[in-house]
Design a protein around this ligand. Structure first.
Ligand code: FES
Length: 195
């Protein structure tokens, strides 16, 4: 599926707004360019409107107004004690992870001066994760880093909009979270029957 034109994106967002959220006062509109190798990227390019409260999922969180290539930003998501990081890889791809090491929960660090294959490092026992995939590349961590699903809005700001469990795809995480609970977005994302 090709990317929608700007007119199609606008129409999609308007339709999603009309479908689901016109009665909600507290909402946030995100016209999104999904990046980071997101599996649903081709179908969710204009991601839409995500409401902030009431369905058990975290509100979208703006983590940076801009994130240059090769740089990272830390934040807490989905809860205020959930340490996370967004990284803009050198090819422009946007990725996000929990920074709680899957070994013994030390904090994982971004190594800007390393190749992305070993870009995420846990100093406690020298665990290393691939910055593009979150997979373990060396050391004792038993599982990949859980992902935080990141998008970039039309102004270049970076948002966290959901999470995927360790080893779970971004699409599965989105469908389990707010996208799956929004019938219009769920259809666009190929989530099957929305809950
Ligand atoms: S806590 Fe991260 S490698 Fe042990």
């Amino acid at each position: 599926m090709s990317e929608p034109t700007p007119e199609e994106q606008t129409a999609l967002v308007d339709r999603i707004s009309a479908d689901s959220l016109t009665t909600r006062r507290d909402y946030l509109r995100i016209v999104a360019t999904v990046s980071g190798g997101l599996a649903v990227g081709s179908t969710l390019v204009a991601a839409g409107v995500l409401h902030r409260h009431g369905d058990g999922t975290a509100a979208p969180l703006k983590v940076a107004d801009r994130l240059p290539e090769g740089r990272a930003v830390t934040f807490d998501y989905p809860g205020e004690d959930d340490r996370a990081m967004a990284i803009r890889l050198t090819d422009g791809t946007l990725v996000g992870y929990s920074t709680v090491c899957t070994h013994l929960a030390c904090g994982v660090l971004w190594r800007e001066d390393h190749a992305e294959e070993d870009g995420l490092f846990c100093p406690c026992h020298e665990g290393v994760f691939n910055a593009r995939t979150g997979e373990v590349t060396s050391g004792p961590p038993p599982r990949p880093l859980p992902k935080v699903i990141m998008i970039e809005d039309e102004l270049g700001a970076v948002w966290a909009i959901g999470t995927a469990r360790s080893g779970e795809s971004e699409q599965a995480g989105l469908c389990r979270g707010p996208v799956g609970r929004n019938p219009a977005l769920a259809r666009r994302a190929g989530c099957g029957s929305p809950r």
